[in-house]
Design a protein around this ligand. Structure first.
Ligand SMILES: NC(=O)c1ccc[n+]([C@@H]2O[C@H](COP(=O)([O-])OP(=O)(O)OC[C@H]3O[C@@H](n4cnc5c(N)ncnc54)[C@H](OP(=O)(O)O)[C@@H]3O)[C@@H](O)[C@H]2O)c1
Length: 334
């Protein structure tokens, strides 16, 4: 009997340690119990993964939730799931393809015309490590969807967000931004050999820089904007990497994934927290890793890079030319 004591206690320690490590890696649930009755929320890319769970978490709190997705069949199905699970009937699907400036403008125009207010905008959608694709307007897909699409959408909705203040913008970035670099000579990968990983990292760094510059421009407006890394989660994000479909990688990496990877429900907690937490009232321009504020990568804190990226992004999406409500940089606080 005694010969089993050692192996059993080793096994117990390993299992206990694994569970503790998983809890640590997963981070916690949103500590705020705040409700959002009467508030209107837009979540992009809300038909699956972290976006769908964020929409569900916010629907539970009573908001009027708009799922903004490119595939209306999936979007309607997600809205139905969320209505059924939360019994909140103010959950609706709208078409938004972030790979099309026309679609973004149409979506924003409808929101402005039909919604009384927009209190919370969660810029969640993303594409990761796809082949060398371009958007309808010729931008590299990851930069175009993850950054430029949200950049235009947010700017078009700014007046509505300001009129609904205090309001919040949440930009879902990634820890991957630390490996990113903004190459102003070739933002859209026309000259360089395409690197799917570097393109994703550049797009996620752009999201943090956009957050910083937008926060500066919104100073005193009652609209806050923060960026976050949700943690590594079991979603469809890896659909272009091949890891999803490989039985070998599922088998070998499965246990490691179980240990290190969050459920979409847990990965939605940081977005939920930034959207509702009372203690974050007025907090803006910050980067959160999970529920904790952290310093982002040094390049993400470079104001010159942030302002240059803003100017380039505005030029690329035609913001200054055709949309007067782009916030002017002049005479704003540093
Ligand atoms: N999962 C992770 O480990 C992880 C880690 C760090 C950061 N993040 C970030 O978390 C966010 C959510 O990712 P996820 O893991 O939930 O990924 P996901 O399951 O792949 O969901 C991504 C969502 O974005 C949508 N989307 C993609 N291209 C779009 C377009 N052109 N227009 C509109 N929507 C579009 C997708 O729609 P379709 O279903 O129609 O393609 C989907 O709804 C992303 O910003 C991602 O970078 C995730």
């Amino acid at each position: 009997m005694s010969r089993y004591v050692l192996p059993v206690s080793v096994l117990g320690t390993v299992v206990g340690g694994a569970v503790l490590l998983k809890d640590y890696v997963a981070g916690g649930a949103c500590p705020s119990k705040a409700t959002i009755h009467g508030k209107t929320v837009i979540v992009t890319g809300a038909n699956t993964g972290i976006g769908k769970q964020t929409a569900l978490e916010l629907a539970k709190r009573g908001g009027n939730i708009i799922l903004a997705c490119r595939d209306m069949e999936k979007c309607e199905a997600a809205a139905k799931d969320i209505r059924r699970e939360t019994l909140n009937h103010h959950v609706n699907a709208r078409h938004l393809d972030l790979a099309s400036l026309k679609s973004i403008r149409e979506f924003a125009a409808k929101i402005i015309a039909e919604e009384e207010r927009v209190d919370i905008l969660v810029n969640n959608a993303a594409v990761m490590r796809c082949p060398h694709w371009t958007t309808e307007d010729g931008f590299e897909m990851q930069f175009g969807v993850n950054h430029l699409g949200h950049f235009l959408l947010t700017n078009l909705l700014l007046d509505k967000l300001k009129a609904s203040a205090p309001s919040r913008i949440i930009n879902v970035s990634s820890l991957a931004h630390v490996a990113g670099h903004i190459d102003f000579d070739d933002l859209n990968w026309r000259e360089r050999k395409y690197n799917t990983k570097a393109a994703y990292c550049q797009s996620k760094l752009a999201v943090v820089l956009f957050t910083r510059e937008l926060s500066r421009r919104l100073h005193g407006s009652g609209v806050t904007v923060n960026a976050l890394h949700p943690g590594v989660a079991r979603t469809e994000l890896g659909r272009h990497t091949g890891m999803h479909s490989s039985a070998f990688s599922s088998f070998t990496l499965g246990p490691i994934f179980w240990l290190l990877v969050k459920s979409p429900q847990l990965a939605a907690q940081p977005s939920t927290y930034l959207a509702v937490a009372e203690e974050l009232e007025g907090v803006s321009g910050k980067y959160f890793d999970g529920l904790k504020e952290k310093a982002p990568a040094p390049e993400a804190e470079d104001d010159e890079v942030a302002q240059r990226l803003w100017a380039e992004s505005a030029r690329l999406v035609g913001l200054e030319v055709s949309h007067g409500s782009s916030v002017k940089a002049q005479s704003l606080p540093r």
